[in-house]
Design a binder for this molecule. Structure first.
Ligand code: NAI
Ligand code: MG
Length: 394
């Protein structure tokens, strides 16, 4: 088979640290590819007024497959203040490049598996009698990735036409007297096509991998239109999957049930905001950000990224202390996507073996505060963890 080309977007902070580590592991597992570097992140905002340069979009159009590290985003005023002086007051407005990528390429299906590895000291445990039990968690969150509250259709001081349009709804009456500058509106737009696709992908995944249930987690009793549409599509699609139970939960109740009985859940499906919440919640039960991997999948392009951000406070530490496992598991999701499942299985087994053995652990696994001295206190560096995984690949 022709060698693949993978667009490598390390981005900012620890993205630059963990992405090369994952590429090292891919190579050790026998995956051969050409990696082309693409610019993304804060540096390009400062110097070009665009954190997602057009040349990066072109590379993704061409190669369709990408590994992404993390980017740094900062609030509006801070972003404006850091822009290069030559670009100031020229109308540049910062927006998150990863959200931009998801929207530009229609990467509407986000998959976030949260599975516990035996022996991970960060796994969820439950008090039982005088002791405790440690049920295995295996939840896979399907998050609609392009619409909803992250769709970007929002205003402070909405234009007059928007106010007038909103006032056609009777419930807008109580905001009528609010001055524009004191009124912020963020829309939550769902389309039936996107609901259908995310729920369809969730059920197809559940069937393929033998999950017994798909839980649609929304809030249709209150957010009647958007959550209601997701719910309706879930019911329609569930009919094609008689062997898989459709469960429904409200996001608030879900956050209560999740840390009580996380092992009850299999595939989860939600809109953008709730999917983000549920996936972080489950990630916290299986080791947290050092273990949380994700995929952004569109019809043509797919971008794979760890859930964590750029953790800027660790960027300068040398040697680096952050856990590369989230990025390594992210690379496994890319291998799954292109059908190289023998290699992804092999890498996941190697990660599982390192965790089970318990000799090599990054600072997060030892519940230490992240500082350079964690290495003197027995924590593995980023490189040592990667080396340990590679040694198990053999
Ligand atoms: P973060 O995920 O960068 O870091 C939060 C904390 O999690 C860190 O202080 C660290 O203790 C821990 N952590 C993260 N990754 C880890 C790893 N691999 N190993 C061990 N510990 C790890 O989130 P934070 O601090 O909220 O945001 C920092 C920057 O990252 C911000 O600019 C934010 O906008 C951006 N961000 C970017 C994301 C992306 O690129 N998709 C996602 C989340 C945040
Ligand atoms: Mg998040």
């Amino acid at each position: 088979m022709a060698k693949r080309t993978i667009v490598s977007m390390p981005g900012d902070g620890i993205g630059k640290v963990v992405l090369p580590e994952a590429i090292r592991v891919l190579g050790a597992a026998g995956f051969e590819a050409d990696y082309v570097h693409a610019d993304i992140g804060w540096e390009f905002w400062i110097n070009e007024g665009n954190a997602l340069p057009e040349r990066t979009i072109k590379l993704l159009e061409q190669h369709k497959l990408s590994l992404f590290g993390a980017i740094t985003s900062k609030p509006k005023d801070q972003a404006a203040a850091e822009l290069s002086p030559a670009l100031r007051d020229k109308g540049y407005v910062y927006s998150s490049p990863i959200v931009g990528l998801r929207q530009h390429f229609g990467l509407d299906v986000s998959i976030r598996p949260c599975r516990s590895f035996a022996g991970n000291p960060l796994n969820f445990i439950r008090r039982k009698g005088d002791g405790f039990e440690e049920p295995a968690v295996d939840a896979v969150i399907f998050r609609q990735n392009t619409e909803g509250l992250y769709g970007g259709v929002e205003w402070t001081d909405p234009p007059e036409q928007v106010r007038t349009a909103l006032e056609t709804h009777p419930k807008m009456a109580r905001f009528k007297s609010c001055p524009g500058e004191d009124l912020a509106v963020s829309t939550r737009i769902y389309t039936r096509a996107a609901c259908r696709r995310i729920v369809g992908e969730a059920f197809a995944y559940a069937k393929k991998f033998g999950y017994k249930s798909v839980t649609v987690c929304e809030k249709p009793n209150v957010i009647r239109e958007t959550s209601g549409m997701m719910r309706a599509e879930a019911h329609a699609i569930a009919k094609d999957y008689p062997g898989i139970a459709l469960w429904e939960t409200n996001i608030d109740a879900q956050m209560m049930w999740m840390p009580k009985n996380p092992e009850d859940y299999g595939v989860m499906v939600s809109g953008n905001m709730f999917g983000d919440i549920v996936s972080d919640g489950f990630a916290g039960l299986v080791g947290g950000l050092g273990f949380a991997c994700s995929a952004n999948i569109g019809l043509e392009v797919a971008v794979f990224e760890p859930t964590h951000g750029s953790a800027p406070k660790y960027e300068e530490l040398s040697p680096s202390i952050v856990n590369p496992i989230a990025m390594i598991l992210t690379a496994c999701m890319m291998l799954d996507h292109i059908g190289e499942t023998d290699k992804s299985d092999c890498i996941r087994k190697a990660v599982a073996a390192v965790i089970a053995e318990g000799k090599v652990r990054c600072y997060d696994m030892m519940r230490m505060t992240g500082r350079q001295d964690v290495l003197e206190n027995g924590a593995a560096s980023t490189t040592q963890m990667t080396d340990a995984v590679i040694a198990k690949i053999g």
